[in-house]
Design a protein around this ligand. Sequence first.
Ligand code: HEM
Length: 512
Amino acid sequence: MFILPCLNESLTSFSTLIFFISLLLLLLIPKLKSKPNQNLPPSPPKLPLIGNLHQLNHHPHLCFHRLSQKFGPIILLQLGQIPTLIISSPKVTKEAFKTHDLYFSSRPLLFSAQHIFYNCTDIAFAPYGSYWRQVRKICILQLLNAKRVQSFAFIRQQEVARLVKRISHSNNPVDLSNLLAMYGNDVICRMALGREFSAGGAYHLHGIQELLEEFQLLLRGFCFGDLFPSLSFISNLTGLKSRLVRTFKRFDKLLDQVIVEHQSPEGEKLGESKDLVDVLLDIQKNGSDDRFPLTMDNVKAILLDMFIAGTETTFTALDWGMTELITHPKVMERAQNEIRSIVGEKKIVTEDDVLEMHYLKAVVKEVLRLHPPAPLALPRETTKNVRIEGYDIPAKTRVFVNVWGIGRDPESWKNPESFEPERFIENEVDYRGLDFEFIPFGVGRRICPGITLGIAMIEIAFAQILHSFDWELPNGIEVKDLDMTEVVGVTMHRKAHLEVVAKPYFGSSITN
Ligand code: HEM
């Protein structure tokens, strides 16, 4: 299948020109041909172009899902100049990311990521190699290890209390999506930068929320340069590159300011009160026995990862979760009964309480199964020719795993489309990368290093807002009226904001 780019790019006066250039390319780019003795996976015949373009950029997981239903769990597409492998079953995922993980562990150098993530020197977009191994090690051992995540528990606790206050001070119906997004941003901002996101001041002036929204738009979909790397100059003409540079510069300036503040004598902190900037600056200053000394740009690239990877994903899970609970009152009631029986008359839920909430944990898993925040995980790239399921996959093939499709595969899940957290009660299936039918955090060497943090942020927020409030749809709105349309940016969130009525469980005074 040939695909034209790029609905992601802004339509300027050059759009018509680009359209015609693309048409020309369609005629010129040769079809993917297998070499003699090479057995390539099935490849759909050329599909009608226009309908598929929009689908591919806005709902790529659905587009790939439909193709896999027709052509099987391993398909090879030719997207522009890029051979692209789509994996859609637990069995093929296991073969690729367990048996041959090493050869599937690189990332393609994406046009937008190169411009935003300091030439892909962050963790998420760095190609496989010794630099990535080094920064991944820093991330696992120093930034997101269990002890560090635990040391930030007080931030989650305070921010959850603030979320409760914001809900109780809002007029009903509450724009819950907005407040949940603020909670996620606040936790990550305080943890990473040691500063508040929403309390005003210099950080607010930089408009972090606006920047994060712009990132969502810029990183979404397939841009021209990603599909036709040799013609990436066209993205200069569409205006995409200047938007990328502008957004990058604003975030870079903000990070410079944060770093200068941390380097000043007043900014020095000790032990457990250190935020992630402190930790990274320590490593940068004192060095380590690793091969590459960290540059200031490397520090900023890693911090940016924490922001982009940590805020949207947790918000998306909370937002879908509350939507599912509102539309499944029996599940909501069972979760609330569990939480309230464990927490009792206390108004504040603690993370120790959450340890006992087995039904709530099942709810979180079910949300991640049906609405994985990253429905296609992050793209991978093969580093060598490799044979999967008897097919030869060439080196430099781009690889997508349809996490969304795998979570709804009827061969792995009974009633796959229904929201039934009970399925996880008698079932030990977990998201840590060993159960290939449930992989919301990805798999293999590049599995998400933020699982413990992400889950902690999600569980405590659910537990507290389900404990503190009873929830209803506004008068006159029924479940069938809710717009469940998905929008895929960096993550897959609901298009509409969730507006709901919050009824305080403890009367008007919420916090202790
Ligand atoms: C519900 C929450 C989250 C979900 C569903 C999620 C999901 C994912 C997925 C699917 C990947 C790609 C894995 C792969 O290629 O196999 C990923 C990578 C990553 N995530 Fe998360 N994530 C979440 C939270 C977080 C948090 C809180 C952080 C850190 C603050 C984080 C940091 C990262 C990083 C740095 C990578 C890149 C890893 C690498 O390429 O080596 N994530 N995440």
